[in-house]
Design a protein around this ligand. Structure first.
Ligand SMILES: [Fe+2]
Length: 268
């Protein structure tokens, strides 16, 4: 990491919490409520001067109102605004019923200092893969047109660059070409942040940083072609957005703890 001499703002990404209505339920052996609380404790210990939490989908595993309400209250404990997009496991209508459709957490575009943050919905009903609808692509194009003089960070649930794990790549964003074409023609886009892949991922493509992040629960093995879990602990991503358009970022994980996980699982 290099030292950033310009003014910057610090954010966290919290992703793929996969909560259930019943906080004692487990996902392939793991209690996702417990691991989320551990990650939030880690954030409170490690982070200072946070301005916001970006929550990039798969908030719920069972799409229950109770899980969304518990997630909202937990993240609100950080004392900073939170912004949500749905993952493949989430349904926007239920999310809105849970915390109110006028809740600011559903803002699709907002300004943070000299940055424009754009939250895109890639959910496709009944599917694990993601897709940007024509309306969503149109919204992004409009936003980029209006944010010519801001640095831009785009957030979405599904990965728009390939991962090495073949089973996971089958569930990626299917029209990433359209997204990448828009990004390529707008040099103010500095970063793209996604969840879904449950692993630390960082690629530089045409001077844009593409970032995937650990889940707050189970971790996917980055290179196995069949479903396989990684031994890494849950975690979060921090981001520092500089006034010069530079993004500093890294991943922090819960340490000194072993979780109950069924590592022999072949899916979930
Ligand atoms: Fe997920």
């Amino acid at each position: 990491m290099t030292t950033n001499s310009t003014a910057s703002i610090r954010l966290v990404q919290i992703t793929d919490t996969h909560l259930y209505a019943d906080s004692s339920s487990v996902l392939v052996g793991m209690n996702c409520e417990e691991s989320l609380q551990d990650v939030l404790s880690l954030i409170r210990k490690e982070e200072r001067d946070l301005v916001t939490a970006l929550c990039t989908g798969d908030i719920s595993q069972d799409n229950s109102k109770a899980s969304y309400q518990r997630f909202y209250a937990s993240v609100a404990g950080l004392g900073i605004p939170q912004y949500w997009i749905p993952g493949n496991h989430d349904e926007m209508t239920v999310m809105q019923q849970a915390v109110g459709s006028d809740n600011p957490c559903f803002s699709k575009s907002f300004q943070l200092s000299g940055w424009r943050i754009i939250m895109l919905n890639t959910h496709v009903d009944g599917q694990v893969y993601g897709q940007l609808s024509a309306a969503e692509l149109h919204f992004l194009a409009q936003q980029l047109q209006a944010a010519k003089h801001q640095h831009v960070l785009i957030c979405l649930h599904h990965n728009c660059l390939p991962v090495d794990a073949a089973w996971l790549q089958k569930h990626a964003l299917v029209n990433s070409d359209q997204l990448l074409a828009l990004i390529d023609s707008h040099s103010q886009v500095k970063g793209v942040l996604f969840g879904h892949i449950h692993q630390d991922y960082e690629r530089n493509r045409n001077s844009v940083l593409y970032l995937g992040s650990p889940s707050t629960c189970i971790q996917f093995h980055p290179t196995k072609n069949q479903f396989a879990l990684d031994q890494c602990n849950p975690g979060y991503r921090w981001l520092e957005l500089g006034s010069d358009g530079v993004i500093l970022t890294g991943v922090k994980r819960v340490s000194n703890k072993r979780y109950q996980v069924d590592f022999s699982s072949i899916g979930y």
